[in-house]
Design a protein around this ligand. Structure first.
Ligand SMILES: Cc1ncc(C[n+]2csc(CCOP(=O)(O)OP(=O)(O)O)c2C)c(N)n1
Length: 895
């Protein structure tokens, strides 16, 4: 324990202790006589003087390793010591039931997994929240929102069991959702998943990092709704309880400056600093709490350290010369973990045994008392004080760094053990120890059988628990879906220009922005539309919206914009409608998710359009989109500047050839790659009908491009095909080949049809494929229905292509796997062309030649299929020569 730390160095540097003491005494006297304001003023004057003298001094951001809130500043505990005692008993019961749930499941099926140690460390943090702070939504209050640490889910179920919301049957089916369902029971999902428990969980947090960033943007979206007058301004809070290990995820820290910049005092993070993650200590050789204090404090958050329980207060009171604080400052987390894993005598010897002064402090306690010394996050009184301070703090978000013990109460079996994270089995002796530790009224046999424990309804505990929740507005978590709808404008009101385009030139991006501009003006729907961008509004031609609906800014606009004279000036406003997130796709999608779930979270449907560079969507932030899907989001994701060969010059890291492959894997995401503005209009209309009118839990991914082209008007009877994935745009009854063109490459297919006819006298039919994934899903469903139920409905694509064996050539601006997904349902020879490989920067024409997806390559491919076995290699070379194609191109797949 002989470590050189800053505190050691400070002591060595203190060449005049007498002088130091005088300065400190002077400050204390100012504090006592003139108060903290005056003290703060004097300190900043001193700081300014030091700066002027060139001292280059800055206060360290790390405060001593003690509680921020002093005992004398703690508020009284509501209900006094009686309530405290009941709540401690309740926390013990929650712990037991959570533990029993996990151990039971694993006794029966060893593969189910689950966690005991995380909730064991977090139980008190949750319980104080549930008993005193987390307010449910009611008729006149919007409710607080809580993001729960995912692997603490068993504890949340345990509470719902006591509240009467879950039954023993539910608890017995923890992590057995499928078998539960076949028994007519709601199983309990491993982690918070609204998709699986739609009446219970609100926010999926199972993927580390998603919870923190989502919570921050959720708090910001709440403000956005308030500032725009969409919901009443109420003192609601967004709480997030997260792990200290989880803070290493970049997303966890990504929104810290947003939260402080926007003064989100409706946001409280509680970081459960049990000092351990899965493999071992989070910062074995340092203090994670100090590191987080620096990070959050530096970002402008109000930081509350909640490190030690009330039983430490008398020890600190005895610590006149700071030896105890000094020892805590010096004890790194790895060592604190060892202390947690060992008993009183060990701690007496190795912690209090470090110096005579510490020994004397340790002598105030028995070994048993040393063993039971609580960390702050296990002391209801201290937790209450921290939460109380957080909820009364204004102007800044608050983080509570709550020090706990991982596996608290799991005794020698698990507390503070390196391996405790994954422990899901306990010996009988450990279970008995746990029972005794938390004074649970269970017999040995009940313990052996892992029986769930629920006190009688008229017991003190149950009455208190119910009364507290009633006082806080009801149970939590609870996910609402009240079925409110929004009026969907007629398609003619915003998209006539696209439906009757009459070969007018425009890109699909322009068409989308124009539709959105009209939707924003709609009297009924308009104010519910939320345009979201990550610093690309100008790229997508959205600058006109700056002026039209304004950019949301909590502070309004404190400057005169340089372009004030222009009609499209950069207008920021407190009631602005656009969420301009800056360069953070992760942040922008978090805003989108908040808006896309507002129908449930706030009972207020919104319609978000997040428009972004398609390459920086599913590829970059796919997991956040997966979480949005779990959360039953409803809205539009618009992948702009899409298409590997359509984006042109931007090159390898910008050209997206894969997003449709990923989006197709998300069950409730409907993906479209439209070619024409009228297709886009039909898809947007369908999306609004399904999401806003029929309340379907789906969302839409639509790729649009920046390539200008002549837009035809909508042909008759195209509607169903557009939505189901393909419709015919160039019918030919006696077609010798069929060309399926998707998105921007439809025009190449159309040009190929002309070449085939004009040069080679081959008749080609052309189909516009708006969605390979919808076609494939339909194919999979039909195939299964045939196999299992002998239902012989043909897939849409089969139905459309049957009756001919003419070869089918499909071309997409995405990798070939996208069109390949429909191969099984094509009743004719089938060839796919796509853009596999790395992108390049060049013109569209050069890229399409390079990837072999342009009109000439489509033509050649169609002829190669048509003439297979009929023409020699030389004859095919001749054809290629006529098309000016080089069949010996060295690079054929873009690699
Ligand atoms: C993105 C992601 N990576 C990894 C995991 C697996 N995982 C689940 S919990 C956990 C450790 C969490 O440690 P911490 O945040 O400190 O919480 P504790 O359990 O210690 O309270 C890990 C690695 C995950 N769920 N998500």
């Amino acid at each position: 324990m002989d470590m050189i730390t800053p505190e050691h160095l400070i002591r060595q540097l203190d060449i005049d202790e007498q002088e130091t003491a005088e300065w400190i005494a002077a400050l204390k006297s100012v504090l006592a006589t003139s108060g903290p304001e005056r003290a703060r003023f004097l300190l900043s004057q001193l700081s300014a003087t030091a700066r002027d003298a060139g001292l280059n001094w800055r206060d360290a951001r790390i405060t001593p390793y003690v509680n921020t809130i002093r005992p004398q500043d703690e508020p009284a505990y509501p209900g006094g010591s009686d309530a405290l005692a009941i709540e401690e008993r309740l926390a013990g019961i929650m712990r037991w039931n959570a533990l029993a749930m996990v151990v039971r499941a694993n006794r029966a099926y060893g593969e189910l997994g689950g966690h005991i140690a995380s909730y064991a460390s977090a139980a008190d943090l949750f319980e104080v929240g549930f008993n005193h702070f987390f307010r449910a939504r009611s008729d006149d209050f919007g409710g607080d929102l809580v993001y729960f640490q995912p692997h603490s889910a068993p504890g949340i179920y345990a509470r719902a069991f006591l509240e009467g919301r879950l039954t023993e049957d539910n608890l017995s089916h923890y992590r057995q959702e499928i078998s539960a369902r076949s028994a007519g029971i709601q199983g309990l999902s491993s982690y918070p998943h609204p998709w699986l428990m739609p009446d219970f969980w609100q926010f999926p947090t199972g993927s580390m990092g998603i919870g923190p960033i989502s919570a921050a943007y959720q708090a910001r979206f709440m403000r956005y709704l308030e500032h725009r007058g969409m919901v009443a301004a109420q003192p609601r809070k967004v709480w997030g309880v997260f792990g200290d290990g989880e803070m290493d995820e970049p997303e966890s820290l990504a929104a810290l400056s947003l939260a402080s910049r926007e003064k989100l005092d409706n946001l409280v993070f509680v970081i459960n600093c049990n000092l351990q993650r899965l493999d071992g200590p989070v910062r074995g050789n340092g203090h994670i709490v100090d590191e987080l204090e620096t990070l959050f404090g530096g970002a402008g958050w109000n930081v509350i350290k909640l490190l030690w329980g009330s039983d430490w207060d008398p020890l600190f009171a005895r610590d006149a010369n700071g030896e105890l604080v000094d020892a805590l400052n010096r004890t790194v987390d790895g060592q604190l973990q060892t202390f947690a894993a060992n008993d009183g005598p060990f701690n007496r010897e190795h912690f209090f045994g470090q110096s005579p002064g510490l020994k004397a402090i340790g002598a105030m306690l028995t070994d048993e008392e040393i063993d039971r010394l609580k960390r702050g996050g296990h002391d209801l009184r201290k937790i209450f004080a921290a939460y109380h301070a957080a909820t009364h703090h204004s102007g800044q978000p608050t983080v509570i760094l709550a020090q706990t013990k991982k596996g608290f109460g799991m005794g020698t079996a698990g507390q503070g053990k390196m391996t405790t994270h994954q422990q899901k089995k306990l010996e009988q002796s450990d279970l008995i120890e746990f029972r005794d530790r938390f004074k649970l009224p269970l017999t040995d046999a009940q313990v052996e059988n892992l029986e769930f424990y629920k006190p009688a309804a008229d017991s003190e505990e149950m009455k208190h628990l119910q009364a507290r929740r009633a006082a806080l507005g009801g149970y939590m978590p609870q996910r609402a879906h009240d079925g409110s709808t929004l009026p969907v404008p007629t398609i003619a009101s915003y998209a006539t220009f696209a439906l009757d385009a009459g070969m007018k030139e425009m890109s699909t991006t322009m068409a989308l922005v124009r539709m959105m501009g009209s939707l924003l003006k709609d009297a009924g729907l308009g104010k519910h539309v939320v345009p979201i961008v990550a610093d690309e509004a100008r790229t997508f031609g959205m600058a006109n919206l700056f002026r039209q609906v304004g950019i949301y800014s909590a502070q309004g606009q404190l400057y005169q914009p340089e372009d004030i004279g222009s009609i499209l000036y950069y207008r920021e406003a407190k009631d602005g409608q656009i969420l301009e997130e800056g360069i953070t796709e992760a942040g922008a999608i978090s805003s989108w998710t908040a808006a896309a779930t507002s129908y449930s979270v706030h009972g207020l449907p919104m319609l978000p359009f997040y428009i972004y560079y398609s390459m920086f969507g599913f590829q970059r932030i796919g997991d956040l989109i997966w979480a949005a899907a779990d959360q039953r989001s409803r809205g539009f994701l618009i992948g702009a500047t899409s298409g590997r060969t359509t984006l042109g010059g931007e090159g390898l890291q910008h050209q997206d050839g894969t997003s449709h492959l990923v989006s197709a894997t998300i069950p409730n995401c409907k993906s479209y790659d439209p070619a024409y503005a009228y297709e886009l209009a039909v898809i947007v209309d369908d999306g609004m009908q399904r999401m806003l009118q029929k309340n379907e839990d789906v969302f839409y991914y639509i790729t649009v491009t920046n390539e200008n082209e002549a837009q035809p008007s909508i042909p008759a009877n195209a509607h169903e095909g557009i939505l189901r994935g393909m419709h015919c745009v160039l019918p030919r009854e006696d077609a010798q080949v069929r060309l399926l063109g998707a998105g921007p490459l439809l025009k190449e297919a159309m040009a190929a049809a002309s070449l085939l006819e004009g040069i080679f006298d081959v008749k080609a039919e052309v189909w516009s494929v708006t969605s390979f994934s919808e076609l494939a899903r339909n194919g999979i469903a039909s195939e299964r229905a045939q196999r299992l139920q002998h239902v012989h409905d043909k897939p849409w694509i089969t139905e459309k292509l049957q009756g001919s064996t003419a070869p089918v050539i499909a071309v997409s601006d995405y990798v070939r796997a996208v069109p390949e997904s429909v191969r099984a349902y094509v009743p004719a020879p089938f060839v796919t062309l796509g853009t596999d490989g790395f992108g390049r920067s060049d013109t569209r024409a050069a890229l399409r030649d390079f990837f072999e997806v342009d009109a000439k390559w489509i033509t050649y491919t169609a002829l190669a299929e048509l003439y297979a076995g009929k023409k020699t290699a030389d004859e095919m070379r001749e054809i290629a020569a006529r098309l000016e194609l080089n069949l010996d191109k060295v690079i054929s797949t873009g690699c």
